[in-house]
Write a protein that binds this ligand. Structure first.
Ligand code: CU
Length: 472
C-alpha cells in the first residue's frame, strides 16, 4: 500500500455564469437595437478571456510548449525554461483539464479544445500536474512539469506522426495481465478488501430485520498498490449486499461517522416519504454521530440500491453504494423459452450476485470497487448458470460485454420483463439496473468488460472495467 489519493471535492464545480449586462439589456430592448447590441456583445465577449468554464482560448500559442491531454495521459513538452507558455491541447474524446499543483490551471477543455497558460512566476524545480476530472488523475493523467533554466521549448505535438514505442506497448499490455493471472492460479486476491459481502440482520423486538450501515471515510485499495480515500458503508466498496424477502419488515439504520451530513436513498424500494432519504426535503441531514432509521415493508421483488442523496455527486463516485435484493431469485424466467432457448423450470443459478459499475471519484473506472487486475475472477464449471445484476453508480454509460456466452436480460430496475431478450452487450446507464442470466457452456477464460475501450485499457495495459469468467 503506497500513495493515498485524497477525496477532494474541488472538481466538478459548475461555475456560476453570473449576470451578463448585455443579455439583460437585450431582454429589455428589442428588434434592430438588439441586433446591434448582439454584434457589440460578441465583439466584447471575444476580447474577454476571463473564462466562464469550458471556453477555448483562440490566442496564438506562438512558441508555447506543446502539452497534450488524452485518455488517460498528460504528454508533451513538460520540461521548459522559466516563464514559458504551455499550449495545452485536449486531443482525447472526453473533457479534460490540467492543474499545476499549487499554481495555475486550464479551464475544463472539451475534446479538441486548447488553452495556453503561463508558467510565469514559477521557480525552477518540479511541479505535479494532473487532470482533476474525477477519476482521471487516478487513471493516469498525472505527470511532472519541470522548470529548468537550460530547457528548450518544443512546439511539436507529441502525438503528431510519431509512432508509439511498439515494443513497450506490447510488454506493458502483457505485463498488465500477470497479476490477474496470478489471482486465478493462486485463488488469492491481489488487493486488500472485497466489497458487496453478506450482512446478517439483527431482529429487533418489533420484528423488523435491522441492517446497520456505518458511513465512514477510509482507505480502499482499488488496484494493487493504489490506495485511495474512499467514502464507504461499513468500510467496503460496494457496501454489504442486503438480501431480504417479500413480506419482510426492514429497518436500515444509518450511523454517520463522516465529518459531514448524509442520508440514504433506497433507489428502487417503495416506502413512505419520510424514508426516501432526501435531506432536507424528507428528513434533516444526519450529522456526524447521529443515526436515522429507514423502514419499509417489502411488498414486491426488487433489485434496488442504497446510496446517499446528499452530496451524491461526491459521495457516490467516492464509493458509497450497495445493493438491496428483495426476493430477486423470483424474477428469474424459469420455464420460459426465449429465441428458441428453453430456460429450465427448475433453474438454480450457482451464483446470483451484483456487479456495480463506477467510473469517477476516488474509485474511478471499476467493477465492484476494484480496477483490473484487482477485479474478481468468477469461477464456474461447464454448464453452470449464473445471474448477475448490473448496477451503474457512475456518471457515464457502460456497454457490458461478456465474451462467448449470451446474456439473457430478464429484469430492468428490478421489474421482470414480459419479453426477456438475449444480448452479448448490455448498455447500462447511470442509475439503471439490468439483471442478466447466462450459462457457462464452454471451458476457458472468457473476458467480461465494458466495451468503451478506454474504460478497459490505457497506454500501460488493461485496467478498469475488465474481469473474466474462468470456466473449468
Ligand atoms: Cu464503460
Amino acid at each position: 500500500m503506497s500513495e493515498v489519493t485524497e477525496a477532494t471535492p474541488d472538481s466538478q464545480r459548475p461555475e456560476p455564469r453570473g449576470s451578463n449586462p448585455y443579455s439583460m439589456l437585450l431582454a429589455i430592448l428589442g428588434g434592430g437595437v438588439a441586433v446591434a447590441l448582439v454584434i457589440l456583445a460578441i465583439g466584447l465577449a471575444t476580447g474577454d478571456d476571463g473564462g466562464d468554464g469550458g471556453g477555448t482560448s483562440e490566442e496564438s500559442s506562438g512558441d508555447a510548449a506543446s502539452v497534450v491531454l488524452s485518455e488517460f495521459a498528460i504528454d508533451g513538452n513538460l520540461v521548459v525554461p522559466p516563464g514559458a507558455d504551455l499550449a495545452v491541447q485536449n486531443s482525447g474524446t472526453q473533457i479534460h483539464n490540467m492543474v499545476i499543483e499549487g499554481d495555475g490551471r486550464t479551464e475544463d477543455l472539451a475534446a479538441g479544445d486548447s488553452e495556453t497558460i503561463s508558467t510565469e512566476g514559477l521557480a525552477t524545480g518540479d511541479y505535479v500536474v494532473y487532470c482533476d476530472i474525477p477519476g482521471h488523475r487516478e487513471a493516469g493523467m498525472e505527470s511532472t512539469l519541470t522548470i529548468d533554466e537550460g530547457a528548450e521549448v518544443s512546439t511539436e505535438d507529441p502525438h503528431a506522426g510519431a509512432n508509439p514505442d511498439f515494443a513497450q506497448l506490447d510488454s506493458d499490455m502483457l505485463d498488465s495481465f500477470q497479476p490477474f493471472v496470478d489471482q486465478v492460479t493462486s485463488g488469492e486476491r491481489n488487493t486488500e478488501g472485497a466489497g458487496a459481502g453478506e450482512i446478517e440482520p439483527v431482529i429487533d423486538p418489533d420484528g423488523y430485520k435491522r441492517f446497520d450501515l456505518v458511513a465512514e471515510i477510509g482507505e480502499w485499495e482499488v488496484e494493487p498498490g493504489r490506495v485511495v480515500e474512499a467514502w464507504t458503508f461499513n468500510g467496503t466498496v460496494p457496501g454489504p449486499t442486503i438480501r431480504v424477502n417479500v413480506g419482510d419488515k426492514v429497518r436500515i439504520r444509518l450511523v454517520n461517522k463522516m465529518p459531514l451530513g448524509t442520508d440514504i436513498h433506497l433507489h428502487g424500494i417503495r416506502k413512505e416519504n419520510e424514508f426516501d432519504g432526501v435531506a432536507p426535503l424528507t428528513q434533516d441531514l444526519t450529522m456526524q454521530g447521529d443515526t436515522y432509521d429507514y423502514e419499509f415493508t417489502a411488498i414486491e421483488p426488487a433489485v434496488a440500491m442504497y446510496h446517499p442523496h446528499a452530496h451524491g455527486y461526491l459521495a457516490i463516485p467516492n464509493g458509497m453504494w450497495g445493493a438491496v435484493l428483495v426476493s430477486s431469485d423470483s424474477l428469474l424466467p424459469r420455464g420460459e423459452t426465449v429465441s428458441g432457448v428453453e430456460i429450465p423450470a427448475d433453474l438454480q443459478p450457482v451464483r446470483e450476485d451484483v456487479m456495480v459499475l463506477n467510473d469517477a471519484g476516488t474509485i474511478g473506472l471499476s467493477l465492484n470497487g476494484k480496477s483490473f487486475p484487482a477485479t474478481e475472477p468468477y469461477e464456474f464449471n461447464v454448464g453452470d448458470w449464473a445471474a448477475f445484476h448490473y448496477y451503474n453508480e457512475g456518471l457515464q454509460i457502460h456497454p457490458m460485454h461478456l465474451h462467448q456466452f449470451p446474456q439473457l436480460v430478464y429484469a430492468k430496475d428490478g421489474i421482470a420483463l414480459d419479453q426477456p431478450y438475449w444480448a452479448d452487450t448490455v448498455n447500462v446507464a447511470p442509475g439503471e439496473r439490468y439483471s442478466v442470466l447466462f450459462q457457462t457452456a464452454r471451458p476457458g477464460v472468457w473476458v467480461w468488460h465494458c466495451h468503451i475501450l478506454n474504460h478497459a485499457e490505457r497506454e500501460d495495459g488493461m485496467f478498469g472495467m475488465v474481469t473474466a469468467l474462468v470456466v473449468n
